[in-house]
Design a protein around this ligand. Structure first.
Ligand code: XUL
Ligand code: CO
Length: 445
């Protein structure tokens, strides 16, 4: 993708040129070793399989502060004390970054793009101004919006939740933000609109009417859906599950909990799921489990492709570097026909002590290479190994005869039981897990 900087604009990454594919023998940290955007894998270019999106909040807003100390990263776009000036500088830096990295998409929260104003109207006005500027940048660069969302968790007014807040006045504030963020997403042609639970959850049932809060959440989501549909949003609404943090109990615990919520409140046609790896592992699942579960229930929406630390129990939002996980999820995604209107949003940050500007490039490049490798290895496994056959073989007793009738729902319980009484003890059939694992590892090269 060509770099298009408007004349007179400051260049924020002057030492970094367009990131190119140099192949696996390259030692250049600012080059792709595996991600070759136009290379055809399984019938389409890598870029279409992977649909990478940069997370505006981590990459341009996150300066590394944590509960023990302030930010460590001095971003050149963060110098103005005028918040609107800083927001415009951040936008310039963001589009320079997207173009140099060669990604097709980005994602944002309203408050990443524009600052909070003194009241709801001023906040909306700020967001509209930045939306117009972003629209121009999208047109110049060809970069698209994968999804927009509203930050309904940082401001103290949301300390007891947004749509599920016990105070109606806070719910109206949340509505004004979602309305404005939806308007921005529609204006920027976003493919999806995300609701991550934020502080929709609780710490103690002693002071919480959970049923009332869940009803309110469903009503709020249905009104957001109605507004979006009436105003030209044809994309997908996405719920992003997370089991805990910031609340002890987040309402959108995992994919299964969200699927049952959506079905219970008749929202499943408009709302699908944005699955994040680090949230999956916090819930005690693998990323692969959550992705497969979403596909099973026709609820797959999009991915936040970060990873957590296996040794601690919070959301560390690291860039995905686990090749084994990348292979596993790509096996599922290839088998299920791809990401469709979803994409792969990094939702990852460099470590607090990674303070060089180039580190944000290196983090993204490394994750893109990891997933490109995952894609190629998974494709190789599906094309050139016994993996899929072996998996199918385990279920071969359902391919014909009575097994097929059962699968088609045509045998009742008595008929099934009669079949058992007329046959010998079933022979043991090995699950061959070790064989499956060895096939995967043989192809990781
Ligand atoms: C928080 C998280 C969010 C959402 C968007 O854990 O993942 O950044 O992705 O609000
Ligand atoms: Co996320």
């Amino acid at each position: 993708m060509s770099i298009n900087l408007t004349l007179g604009e400051k260049e924020y990454f002057p030492n970094i040129k367009q990131i190119e594919y140099e192949g696996r023998d390259s030692d250049n940290p600012l080059a792709f070793k595996f991600y070759d955007s136009e290379k055809i894998v399984s019938g389409k270019p890598m870029r279409e399989h992977l649909k990478f999106a940069v997370a505006y909040w981590h990459t341009f807003c996150g300066t590394g502060s944590d509960p023990f100390g302030p930010g460590t990263k001095h971003f050149p776009w963060n110098v103005s004390s005028n918040q609107m000036e800083a927001a415009y500088a951040r936008l310039d830096a963001a589009f320079e970054f997207f173009s140099k990295l060669g990604v097709d998409y980005y994602c944002f929260h309203d408050r990443d793009l524009a600052p909070e104003g003194n009241d709801a109207n001023e906040s909306e006005e700020y967001l509209q101004q930045l939306t117009q500027a972003a629209k121009k940048k999208q047109k110049e660069s060809g970069v698209k919006l994968l999804w927009g969302t509203a930050n309904l968790f940082s401001h103290p007014r949301f300390m007891n939740g947004a749509a599920t807040n016990p105070d109606f006045n806070v719910v109206t504030y949340a509505a004004s933000q979602v309305k404005a963020a939806l308007d921005a997403t529609i204006s920027l042609g976003g493919d999806n609109y995300v609701f991550w639970g934020g502080r929709e959850g609780y710490s103690s049932l002693l002071n919480t009417n959970m049923k009332k809060e869940l009803d309110h959440l469903a009503i709020f989501l249905s009104k957001a859906r109605d507004y979006g549909r009436a105003n030209g949003f044809n994309g997908t609404f996405l719920i992003e599950p997370k089991p805990m943090e910031p609340s002890k109990h987040q309402y959108d615990f995992d994919v299964a909990a969200v699927v049952s919520f959506l079905k219970h409140y008749d929202l499943e046609n408009d709302f699908k799921i944005n699955i994040e790896n680090n949230h999956a592992t916090l819930a005690g699942h693998t990323f692969a489990h959550e992705i497969q579960t979403a596909y099973n229930f026709n609820a797959f929406g999009s991915l936040d492709i970060n990873q957590g630390d296996p040794h601690n129990g919070w959301d560390t939002d690291e860039f995905l570097n686990n090749i084994y996980d990348a292979v596993h999820i790509m096996l599922i995604i290839l088998n299920e026909g791809g990401l469709k209107s979803g994409g792969m949003n990094f939702d990852a940050k460099t470590r607090r002590s990674s303070t060089d500007l180039e580190d944000i490039f290196i983090g993204h490049i490394h994750a893109m290479d990891t997933l490109a490798r995952g894609l190629m290895i998974a494709d190789d496994i599906l094309q050139n190994s016994e993996y899929q056959n072996l998996k199918n073989q385990r279920y071969k007793s359902f391919d014909d005869n009575k097994g097929l009738l059962f699968s088609d729902g045509k045998l009742n319980l008595e008929e099934l039981a009669n079949l058992a009484s007329n046959q010998d003890e079933p022979s043991l059939s090995s699950g061959k897990q070790e064989l499956f694992e060895s096939i995967i590892n043989k192809h990781i090269k």
